[in-house]
Design a protein. Sequence first.
Length: 117
Amino acid sequence: MKTRSFFAVLSILGLLASCAQMNLHPMDMTRAIRNAKTSTDHNALARHYENAAREMRAKVQEHKKLLEEYEAHPYYYGKRTQDFKLHCLSLISSYERAAEANMSMADIHRQIARGMQ
């Protein structure tokens, strides 16, 4: 019983931590994009978007591991197992789309930077 409670608490803490809002764009992105005038500026923006994409991919991997846990030990999570699995799948999909969008923005800024040289 103690093991079951431990895993339930652990999974809830993991779920809460994974849902914590990340500030991927700590700077004012609108201003940064508007003020980008040189290839160096656009390369810096590209690096920013690549870093954001890398963080999103890390989140994908984290949630894939959680999903594996829910699938391997559904008896630890009782009736909520299916909810946890669906939540992970939804987050995986969202983070994958976010990673793709960030890489697309990075590519655009790299192209702009090349055009300025």
